[in-house]
Each structure stands twice: as structure tokens, then as C-alpha cells.
Design a protein around this ligand. Structure first.
Ligand SMILES: [Zn+2]
Length: 144
């Protein structure tokens, strides 16, 4: 396992810090709702361990992780019926492996450009609305 700047990593403690946004704990990763819901259904999936590159993972773990990403994306798609799911795995700001899984609609303000093409003000929800979004995706996971 490769540990780089783990102490300052903003992803390592995300499961604890964003407990109100938890959707699912998989074998290798966690799935949470992104606090900014400018794009409704925007989720983050990150490895349970502080891993920074896919090629640092054992093949079996990598394949299992990829199944979790795919399963999460499928649930998000079932829950929100977007025109496309965007998968963003960059790691420049936070190298800990984390996917941005983003439902995109041809009617959304930045379509067809990447979600970061222009800055936007965060869209925060009430706790009740966050819970509702999380439940929607969690319920979709159960039928996949
Ligand atoms: Zn980390």
C-alpha cells in the first residue's frame, strides 16, 4: 500500500465527516452523496484505504473496485435517469482515489462540457432532502 500525505488527506476521513451523506459501504470503497448538489445525484466513491493510483492496487482489488464503481453508477442512473453518467478520476487536489460520479442531463447548464468548465455556487439541501437523495440511490442499489 502506498501512503502519501495521508495525514493531510481530505478523503481519508470523509466517511466519518460526511456521515449525513453516506449511501453505501462496499468491500473496497465508500459511496457518499456530494454535498454540492448543483448536479442532482452527484456522488463520490472513494477507496477505503489511502491509495493514490489504480496501478498500486492488486488486480483482484482493482477489478472488485471497478465493479463497485459500475454498480454505483448503475444505481445513480436508475435513480435519476440522466442522459449520461460522468466518471471523473483526477486526484490533482486530493490524490486519494475517488471518483466523481455525476448524472448529466442535456438540459443542465454546462452540458455537454465537463462539470468544472465554469464555476458555480454550491447548491446545498436541507438535511431532509439530502437523506431523500441518499435513500433514492441506496434503494436503487438494492435492485441491481
Ligand atoms: Zn486518503
Amino acid at each position: 500500500m502506498h501512503v502519501d500525505n495521508k495525514l493531510s488527506c481530505p478523503i481519508c476521513n470523509r466517511w466519518e465527516e460526511d456521515a449525513d451523506l453516506r449511501i453505501a459501504s462496499f468491500e473496497y470503497s465508500y459511496l457518499i452523496l456530494n454535498r454540492d448538489q448543483f448536479f442532482p445525484g452527484y456522488c463520490l466513491l472513494f477507496t477505503k484505504e489511502h491509495i493514490t493510483e489504480l496501478f498500486h492496487l492488486d488486480k483482484v482489488v482493482r477489478q472488485g473496485l471497478f465493479e463497485e464503481v459500475t454498480r454505483a453508477a448503475s444505481a445513480i442512473a436508475n435513480a435519476f435517469k440522466p442522459d449520461k453518467i460522468n466518471y471523473e478520476l483526477l486526484g490533482n487536489m486530493a490524490p486519494h482515489i475517488h471518483w466523481h460520479l455525476i448524472p448529466r442531463f442535456s438540459t443542465d447548464p454546462l452540458w455537454p462540457r465537463p462539470v468544472w468548465a465554469e464555476p458555480h455556487a454550491d447548491t446545498t439541501l436541507t438535511q431532509e432532502a439530502y437523506t431523500k437523495q441518499c435513500d433514492l440511490i441506496r434503494n436503487a442499489l438494492e435492485i441491481i
